[in-house]
Ligand binder design. Structure first.
Ligand SMILES: [Zn+2]
Length: 95
C-alpha cells in the first residue's frame, strides 16, 4: 500500500475519535465492552496519539491496582486486634 495513502487512511480512522471521546471509552476498552469497530478506531487513535497512550497506561495501572485491593473490608475482629496491639505498643513506648 502507498505509504502516504496509508497515513491518510489512518489519520481519517483515528480522527473518528477525539481525545475526549477516547478518555470516555478507556474503561469500556479495558473491560472489553467496545464493539469491533470502536475497538479498531480506538487502537488506531492509540497508535497515533501519544497523549492517549500515556493515559491508557495510567488507566491500566489504576485498574490493576484497584483489582488487587481486597473486596471485603477488614473483619472487625482483626481490626480490633490490630487496634489493641497498636494501643499496647503505644503505651509501652510512652512509659
Ligand atoms: Zn488522543
Amino acid at each position: 500500500m502507498d505509504n502516504n495513502f496509508k497515513q491518510q487512511l489512518m489519520g481519517y480512522m483515528a480522527g473518528n475519535f477525539t481525545c475526549k471521546e477516547m478518555a470516555e471509552l478507556v474503561t469500556d476498552y479495558l473491560e472489553g465492552s467496545l464493539t469491533l469497530t470502536q475497538r479498531i478506531r480506538f487502537q488506531m487513535h492509540m497508535g497515533l496519539c501519544l497523549a492517549c497512550r500515556n493515559y491508557l497506561s495510567q488507566m491500566k495501572y489504576t485498574v490493576a491496582t484497584l483489582r488487587q485491593l481486597p473486596s471485603d473490608p477488614i473483619p472487625p475482629k482483626i481490626k480490633e486486634e490490630l487496634l489493641r496491639r497498636f494501643q499496647t505498643w503505644k503505651k509501652g513506648k510512652s512509659s
